[in-house]
Write a protein that binds this ligand. Sequence first.
Ligand code: SF4
Length: 210
Amino acid sequence: MSIGTCSDERQASPLAGLTEAVLACRACQEAGFLQRANPIRPAVLDDARMVLIGQAPGPVTDRKGYHFAGPAGTFLSAWLDRAGFPAGYFREHVYLSSLTRCFPGKSASGNGDRQPSTAEIGLCRHFLDWELEGLNPRVVLLVGKMAIDAFLGKQPLERTVGRVFSVHGRVFVPLPHASGVSRWLNTPAHRALLDQALGELSRLRVELNL
Ligand code: SF4
């Protein structure tokens, strides 16, 4: 799939108008979920080969203004290296997105970031559907339990990470949360599941010429 960067190509793209619509969105602020909506600008890639969907922007992404600008991006890029993708592939060929596009703020306990509510995810979902319809990716990486649950139904991470799921001709690859503070990966058995998931991704890289 190819997403042009010049204005003529953007006009012809099924994602034309997405950036403006996202940046103008204040739905969660107007509904009282956010004090200040600050949507992250959608990516524009010349050659997007996969779509990656995370939970929500973190504070670094909120500050810098592009998806996965913080530690999670560093981890995910390293995971793709481990799956045999060439250096730079993460930023050049993976269309990065998330269930919601505004930093939800810190959790009430002050321990980590607040998870977006079901209502916020619902308000933001049409942007994600627009991207998936426009890009029509063969492979979608789902990062973290919330993103996995949104597409594959609620189930423990242990039942999804390490496997691939084919739904209506699209392959979904679940991955754990990649923030670097995820305790899930402290368990050797869970790290083995991540290895398995990256092995599956490596297999898809070759089979689908990603
Ligand atoms: S999270 Fe999504 S729906 Fe909510 S204000 Fe931000 S862009 Fe709009």
